[in-house]
Every structure is written in C-alpha cells, then in structure tokens.
Design a protein around this ligand. Structure first.
Ligand SMILES: Cc1cc2nc3c(=O)[nH]c(=O)nc-3n(C[C@H](O)[C@H](O)[C@H](O)COP(=O)(O)OP(=O)(O)OC[C@H]3O[C@@H](n4cnc5c(N)ncnc54)[C@H](O)[C@@H]3O)c2cc1C
Length: 573
C-alpha cells in the first residue's frame, strides 16, 4: 500500500468518545449484531468519567427517607425538575428517572462493586437537592468503578477501539453526517471513518474556564465539531460551578462529603448555609451553595485568598477512611491537610456543562445521521442546574437508549460513499500541513490562558451585562489573535501541541456561544445569575436557548421547554 494513500475505516456505527456514554452505547450496538467502533483521543480509561466520585442517583429506596413514604421515580423526577429551575424537559427527566434503578442493577450485574449496607443491599447517600438518600456509590470512586466495569465488557466482546485518535471534523455529504476524520496522534496520519450513523459522546467543555474540576482533555471538541457541521447547540450559558473544589488546585471534593455530614464554615466558624437554605443547609443544590460561598467570600467572611472551610472532623476517622478515602488522600496530597484532623479549604470551581448539542429524546441532532449523548449533549435532563449524581446516571441511561434509537433508525441510512471520506481526509491533511507551516505570531498557551480567565471572571457565578459585553469583545479579539498562533513543534507524529491547538480552535467558538446565550437571557435561573436581572422570568424565558451558525455569525433563538407533571413554582430550599 502506498503510504500516502488515505486510510478509510468503515463501520455501521461510529462512536466518538470512550467515557461511560460511549462505552455503554458500544455495548448496545454490539448486542444488536451491528458493527460499531469507539474512537477516543485518550485511552478510554482516562476519560473524565473515571474521575467521578460521589455517585449515581436511583430511587431504589434502600435507605428510608425522613417521612413515611418510600422514594419513587416520580420523587426523583420532581427533585430533578425543581433543581433544574424548571428548564429541564420533563419527558426526558421522566424517562431518565424511570430507567435509573434498572441501570444501577445492570451495572451491578456487569460486575460493578457498589458500596453496601449491612443488609447487603446497595448503599445510598444523601446528595444536594434530593428529598431522599438516593445516590448509589462505590466509596468516593464511583466513576472509576463504573468505567472499568464497562470497559471490561467492551474488551470481552472485542469491540474495536481506536485509542489516541483525535477527531478533527465531521464528514457531511448531501446534508447528512457520514463519519469523521481523525488524526492518529502517535503517527500524525489522518484517517477517515465512514459510518452510517455517528454518535458524539465526547464529554464536557469545563476547560474553557479557569478554576475547573475537569480533566485537561475536557475541551468540548464534540460540541464544536457538531456546531461547525451545522448542528445547533442548546442552553450553553448554563455552566455549573461546584461549591467545593480544593483551594489552589480546584480538584473536586465530592458533594458526598457533605452527604456524609460535612459542614461548610466561614472564617468566623459560622455554619453560614443556615442563612441561605434554612431547610437543606449544606445539601441545597449546587447553584445555591456556590452563590452562598461566593457571597461569604465577597463580604469578607472567607479566608485570605478566597476560600471557606469544609469540616469533616466530626464524622470520625473510621467513617472518613471507609466512605471518603479518595477525598482524604487528595486533601493530604494537594493541600497538606488531613480531613480527620483539620478542615479542608475549598472554593467554588467550574464543574459541568448543562448545555450541549441540541438533540431530541432519541438523541438525534438536527443533522441526519448525527446523534449525541452524555455531557456533550443537551437532551435537557438538567435544565438550568444539574443535581449531583444525575450525570453519571444520564451517561449510562442515554448511552443505552440513544444507541437503541440508532439501531432502530439505521435501516434508513445507506452505506456512505468512500469518496466523501477520502475528500475529507485530503482537506484535513492540507489544513494540518498549513497549521504546521505557520511561523511567528502568538503562542497558543497565552491565548488559552486569557480565554479561561475571561470566562471565569465575566461569565462566572455572578454575571451582569457590562461585564459580559466586555467579555464578549475580549473573546472576539482572542479569536483574531488565534489566527496568528504558530506551533514550535512542526512534526506530524506525537505532536501534543497540535492537539492542544485544535482543541483551542473549538474552545474559542464555544466561549462565544456561552457569551451570546448569557447576554440574550435577561433573567436569573439556576446557575445563570444576573445582578441586572435578579428574578426568574417565566413569561419570556421558560425556554431553551438555541445557538446556530449562520452566514452572519452565531444566532440565538428560543424554544419552549416541554413541561409535564410539575408546574413551575418558586424554588426554595
Ligand atoms: C471530578 C468530577 C467528578 C464527578 N463526579 C460525579 C458524580 O459523582 N456523579 C455524577 O453524576 N457526575 C459526576 N461528574 C460528572 C460526570 O462524571 C460527567 O458528566 C460524565 O462522566 C461525562 O461522561 P461522558 O461519557 O459524557 O464523557 P467523558 O467521560 O468526559 O468522555 C469523553 C470521551 O470523549 C473523547 N473525546 C473528546 N474529544 C474527542 C476528540 N476530539 N476526538 C476523539 N475523542 C474525543 C475522550 O477521549 C473521552 O473518551 C463528575 C465530574 C467531574 C469532573
């Protein structure tokens, strides 16, 4: 074979992303007897899912709540819709909550090692915004456990996994998505992947922000790929800030720490959540707790540098060692603090993207042949604020359901023409060559750093029009400066600088989408808090923000939320 000949791989279903969503989807495609393959820019076990700590929600009702009624999927749906500040689509929420218990049991049957009660049943801990102890967990390493479990299943079935392949573009032919191009990071060779249907399962975009709990690889590539290919994005201004990330490094300290009884204290030793959420206290939803901590710090009741304390000492050494071993180790290694003896310094950090690729209940994007699920998608189960423990649930439930929908839809998609993939490969090859030839100008690092700082300071926990306008202008300036960026490494193989460059290109687009959505939404709802519009405005904004790319640039429109069992009311905790 001529080394310059394009390499085209053909599969029925191409799954881009090897986290929980991608791996669960791959199994369903396999069960249907179809040829599916997974493509991932890192080894699947390094996907961010592996870092999930606190747990996965399901109304198993293994631990009684405070009242006499046991937990139910309807109560789970109610908490989720209320937590979302009524922006979640209630049909999607009902579907997820109904499937939750079976999903936890399915993982159990695959070999997942859930933590147990003395009775032998799967243990459940209280989490923020939940009326019952509903979060199933594997100590504080739930994602690690779940991802290894699914990966074993994928390996056992010899499902092909293209590891360390970076998707650079979606192939669109005759208005339909027919796969992607991807650079093999080791060799720098561009490959074509031709598929009847393509599923994006590429995770979140936390790293567009500074102070993020996310893995360095969470750069939102899938959202950018879809957007550039013509698929709109939804609700991108809703960015979750987790109340407790470790001061200094922003490594996550799970909500499970408060679920086990941990308390937040300000510099005066006061349990300040009593003033912000008198009933739920430290276990109010994340948007409420993050705002409370920021307010304490802004009003001078935090510690120097901007943090408060998370106190776990009263839980006792045994419980901390058994239920929160990972958290203890992180606090010792990265803050020099042993939670058995001292409180942990924490501050809010960017954590999760509620918004993503606009898809329907079946995961289908508006571009035929393209589907999305997991954190990169917005099927809208989290609305304006996600409850802890609902994302791991979403990945496995919709990894399965969306793959099932693809299997159902597949007969309508013919096998794509090989030439389209070949043409896309040569186009992408030329583009990479041009990038590697660039000289002089800026370094990608400085553009990226400025972008992250702008996002955190202008589109953070508290927002207002003036700051956001200035932020948007700064983002468009960075987009201009990015055009001059060159790389100091011009090799094709193992060029991590090239991968970071391609990520940054997409991050600059997503930042603008967040900014335009946040400016257009003139209200406060869930994680989107505007000092200039402090109230929720259901008359105008009980609606999803839809961002699309047109010849005039990014355009924003709104689409009504699908309501259902629960009518919007004021949210109090
Ligand atoms: C520290 C932390 C703790 C968390 N704890 C919890 C928790 O306890 N409970 C909970 O419900 N949620 C938790 N979350 C959220 C939850 O873990 C994530 O939302 C979820 O795991 C995302 O899964 P995913 O399958 O959508 O994507 P990911 O697991 O992020 O996987 C994305 C995949 O896409 C691939 N990819 C991306 N771009 C490309 C590209 N260009 N080319 C090829 N491949 C690409 C990556 O290689 C990776 O395999 C936590 C999140 C963090 C950051």
């Amino acid at each position: 074979m001529n080394v310059d000949e394009p390499v085209i791989h053909t599969h029925d279903v191409l799954i881009i992303g090897g986290g929980l969503t991608g791996l669960r989807a791959a199994l369903s495609v396999f069960y249907a007897g179809l040829d599916g393959a997974v493509l991932s820019k890192v080894h699947p076990l390094r996907s961010h899912s592996v870092a999930a700590q606190g747990g996965m929600n399901a109304s198993l009702a293994n631990v009684p709540g405070e009242g006499s009624v046991p937990d139910s999927w309807e109560m789970h749906a109610y908490d989720t819709v209320k937590g979302s500040d009524y922006l979640a689509d209630q049909d999607a929420v009902a579907l997820m909550c109904r499937e939750a218990s079976a999903t936890v049991r399915e993982l159990e049957h695959m070999g997942m090692v859930w933590s147990r009660l003395d009775s032998g049943r799967i243990a459940q801990r209280p989490f923020g915004g939940a009326g019952f102890p509903r979060t199933c967990y594997a100590a504080d390493r739930t994602g690690h456990n779940a991802l290894h479990t699914l990966y074993q299943q994928v390996i056992a079935r010899q499902i092909p996994v293209y590891e360390e392949f970076f998707a650079t573009s979606l192939i669109v032919a005759d208005g339909r998505c027919t796969g992607c191009t991807a650079i093999e990071i080791m060799t720098g060779k561009m490959h074509g992947f031709s598929a009847r249907a393509t599923l994006l399962a590429t995770g979140g975009f936390g790293r567009v922000y500074s102070r993020s709990t996310n893995a360095l690889i969470n750069t939102g590539d899938g959202q950018a790929l879809a957007f550039v290919a013509g698929a709109p994005l939804k609700d991108m201004e809703f960015v979750q800030f987790h109340p407790t990330s470790l001061f200094g490094t922003n490594i996550l300290i799970t909500e499970g720490a408060r679920g086990e009884g941990g308390m937040l204290l300000n510099r005066e030793g006061e349990r300040f959540m009593e003033r912000y959420a008198p009933e739920s206290l430290d276990l109010a939803p994340r948007d409420v707790v993050a705002r409370a901590i920021e307010t304490e710090i802004a009003e001078g009741r935090g510690f120097e540098g901007g943090y408060v304390h998370l106190d776990l000492r009263h839980l006792g050494a045994d419980r901390i060692r058994e239920r929160l071993p990972g958290i203890r180790q992180i606090a010792i290694d990265f803050a020099g603090v042993d939670p058995i003896e001292e409180p942990v310094p924490i501050q809010p950090g960017q954590h999760y993207a509620m918004g993503g690729i606009d898809v329907g209940l079946d995961g289908a994007a508006s571009l035929p042949g393209l589907y999305a699920a997991g954190e990169c998608a917005c099927i809208s189960v989290h609305g304006a604020n996600r409850l802890g423990g609902n994302s791991l649930l979403e990945t496995v439930v919709f990894g399965r359901l969306v793959a099932d929908a693809i299997v159902r839809d597949l007969p309508q998609y013919t096998v794509p023409q090989g030439d389209d993939a070949e043409r896309a490969v040569s186009r992408e090859d030329r583009r990479i060559d041009d990038i590697l030839k660039k000289r002089g100008g800026e370094k990608a690092f400085s553009v990226k750093k400025e972008l992250k700082d702008i996002m955190f300071s202008r589109f953070g926990i508290f927002r207002n029009a003036g700051d956001m306008e200035a932020g948007l202008t700064a983002i468009t300036r960075l987009q201009d400066r990015f055009r001059t960026v060159s790389l100091s490494n011009s090799e094709r193989g193992v060029n991590q600088a090239l991968v970071r460059y391609l990520e940054l290109e997409g991050m600059l687009i997503l930042a603008e989408v967040v900014a335009r959505g946040a400016l257009a939404r003139k209200e406060s709802r869930g994680s989107h808090t505007r000092a200039d519009y402090p109230k929720r405005d259901d008359d105008r904004f009980l609606a999803h923000t839809i961002a699309s790319m047109s010849e005039r640039g990014i355009e924003i429109s709104f689409r009504p939320v699908s309501l259902g069992m629960f009518s919007p009311k004021e949210r109090a905790y």
